[in-house]
Design a protein around this ligand. Structure first.
Ligand code: C2E
Ligand code: MG
Ligand code: MG
Ligand code: MG
Length: 292
């Protein structure tokens, strides 16, 4: 499991340390510190039932609260956490943190929201991945917390037989698995039907262009039909306007997620968001439009 540090890897073939390498090293040190000093936070974005309206769950999205530059988005540090294998510490932390944050969250109908956590390829590749998830869940399962994991497509299709076993074992623990960014990778249709996963998340790039590009619309429609045909639910990510939402409902997409409903928000804002008396125009809209 021991990973080479970025320094070791870079110095091996690049004797002169240039500015970019120095910057990477600096960031790596800062991230090490961020782990030790607990500087990561999770923000949460709701997923909405497309048909009946209302919240189905939340996706946890990590941010780094850098004391120097403020809130840093995951695209700027996840790759480095992966390269250095520090993600093997942050991944399990995220599962525990999400389940802790969500401990007292309750939907207006009294049920618990499902909480989705993103999993890095590096984590899934570990031999002990299943055990790690089990440990990270700890005794949360007993308290009725519902966990989902989101894993990107390409990764699952690499080393497919090994991954099928791991995903099936995780499914046994009551965890639901979604294939994230679906449509951008190279899933084999043969395997897709056999994979022990529960949902497909249509990549934002297709949602973004579906109302202006007929090919995107066709792809979205085809993914939804395909998913339903093999018994999977479908989530659309990056829904930004009512027109996209309307088409997605007509195409019988199961869940919608995007800025139209809410940006990712810190845990205390979720508590306000979940108050039963809160009725925003948009949620109301989602509920009425479902009767189309
Ligand atoms: P993702 O899992 O596909 O998450 C969706 C991204 O789209 C998030 O970006 C979210 O903030 C953004 N988004 C949501 N709705 C909209 C919308 O309507 N329009 C637009 N333009 N964007 C929208 P974010 O938070 O920057 O996360 C980026 C990626 O970082 C995630 O993509 C995920 O792959 C990764 N990530 C986030 N948190 C974690 C984590 O805890 N662990 C790991 N391994 N990866 C994570
Ligand atoms: Mg995701
Ligand atoms: Mg995604
Ligand atoms: Mg994405």
């Amino acid at each position: 499991k021991k990973a080479k540090s970025t320094a070791e890897r870079l110095l091996f073939y690049r004797p002169e340390i240039n500015a970019q390498v120095a910057e990477t090293l600096l960031l790596e040190n800062k991230l090490r510190k961020a782990i030790d000093q607990d500087q990561f936070v999770l923000h949460y974005q709701p997923k909405i039932h497309a048909g009946k309206g209302g919240i189905s769950g939340f996706e946890a999205l990590i941010r780094w609260q850098d004391p120097e530059s403020g809130l840093v988005p995951p695209g700027r540090f996840i790759p480095l956490l992966e390269n250095t294998h520090m993600i093997l510490e942050v991944g399990p932390w995220a599962i525990r943190k999400a389940l802790t944050d969500a401990q007292n969250w309750c939907l207006p109908d009294g049920t618990r929201p499902r909480i989705a956590v993103n999993v890095s390829p590096i984590e899934l590749q570990q031999r002990d991945f299943v055990k790690d998830v089990e440990h990270a869940m700890g005794d949360f399962a007993a308290r009725g917390c519902e966990l989902d994991l989101e894993i990107t497509e390409n990764l699952i299709m690499n080393d497919i037989d090994e991954n099928m076993k791991k995903l099936a074992a995780i499914g046994e623990m009551g965890v639901k698995i979604a294939i994230d960014d679906f449509g951008t990778g190279y899933s084999s249709l043969e395997y897709l039907a056999k994979l022990p996963v529960h949902a497909l998340k249509i990549d934002r790039s297709f949602i973004d262009t579906m109302t202006t590009n007929s090919h995107s619309m066709t792809i979205v429609s085809t993914i939804i039909s395909l998913a339903h045909a093999i018994g999977l639910t479908v989530i659309a990510e990056g829904v930004e306007d009512e027109e996209q939402a309307r088409f997605l409902r007509l195409l019988r997409c199961d869940e919608l997620q995007g800025y139209l409903y809410s940006s990712p928000m810190p845990p205390n804002a979720v508590e306000t968001f979940l108050r039963p008396e809160r009725k925003t125009k948009r949620m109301h809209h989602a509920a009425t439009a479902s009767r189309i």
